[in-house]
Design a protein around this ligand. Structure first.
Ligand SMILES: [Zn+2]
Length: 296
């Protein structure tokens, strides 16, 4: 593969500006890399804002992480990127960052549901969560290895995300897609609940994905596999925590919240949003009280 190294450095800087502008990497967080050939990788340096890098800031390393070129010290997370390249010959670029909504799932250690949005099914597929390890270590890099074959987007428990792809733009897009998805899930939960595709709807999407030339771990599983497999997400995210939490808030001793769970229509303190949340909560509580749970 013949590559123009200067062009790649410029592209790394451009993606770095996007990562920073989107709020995916505070201060000096995050790192980006591109595979140059079977001996060298271009990456971002450590201790630099991804929003203001210049091409000459980039570093070149070998497959053991040893620095080959560049005046700045290479990223401390290069081992994570190397784990990707060593296990995925089809991948040429990787982005590690801390997008807030996806990182909220990482902190909650809440699995990412499937069968909710078409684009997520087609472009991401399964999004696993790798176990926590101290960042920057070889042990940390190894946490993603079990998940590399089945995904292009991995959540790092209590840390952030790593996304990768055939080129840098696609690797970065996966960071945008997962964060937008997690944001929508959190909003949907606040509005009401998360509804899922039926098995037939999901099957059609996976057929489309196949026609578009994307691979998916679910293509390779047995006929009777559970396409959605959202049991964990359903238990942990959709219910019943939301009503329980609100009850706790209402009985808190700060004297601000009011109502006793049967206060439908009562005037409430606070702004419109608070009233809306209270109204929704009361409705959910009333539904639960009537013996028929919220729609799943
Ligand atoms: Zn990080």
């Amino acid at each position: 593969m013949i590559v123009n190294e200067h062009k790649i450095k410029e592209q790394i800087c451009e993606i770095g500006r996007k990562v920073y502008a989107k709020g995916f990497a505070a201060a000096n967080d995050g790192n980006i890399s591109v595979r140059l050939n079977d001996r060298e990788i271009m990456c971002t340096p450590t201790m630099i804002s991804k929003g203001s890098m210049k091409p000459e800031d980039c570093c070149k390393v070998d497959y053991e992480g040893k620095q080959l070129a560049g005046t700045r010290k290479r990223s401390s997370e290069i081992l994570l990127h190397l784990a990707v390249y060593k296990n995925r010959p089809d991948v040429n670029a990787a982005v590690h960052c801390h997008p807030p909504y996806a990182t909220a799932f990482a902190v909650a250690q809440q699995s990412i549901p499937k069968c909710v949005l078409p684009e997520v099914e087609v472009f991401l597929g399964e999004v696993p969560i790798a176990v926590y390890e101290t960042p920057g270590t070889q042990k940390f890099a190894e946490t993603i290895v079990p998940h590399l074959k089945s995904s292009n987007t991995i959540i790092l428990a209590n840390h952030g995300t790593v996304t990768f792809g055939p080129d840098l733009e696609k690797a970065y897009w996966n960071s945008e897609i997962i964060d937008a998805y997690c944001k929508i899930l959190i909003l949907a939960k606040q509005v009401g609940n998360v509804s899922y595709f039926t098995t037939q709807q999901e099957r059609e999407l996976l057929e489309l994905k196949k026609r578009l030339g994307y691979d998916d771990i679910r293509f390779h599983r047995g006929e009777n596999c559970d396409l959605c497999g959202n049991n964990t997400f359903g238990r942990g995210f959709v219910e019943p925590e939301a009503p329980a939490c609100r009850v706790e808030t209402k009985t808190s001793s700060n004297g601000h919240a009011s109502g006793n769970g049967s206060g439908n229509g009562q005037p409430l303190p606070g702004g419109d949003l608070e009233r809306l949340v209270q109204a929704i909560t009361d409705q959910v509580m009333a539904t639960l009280g009537a013996g028929s749970g919220p729609r799943r």
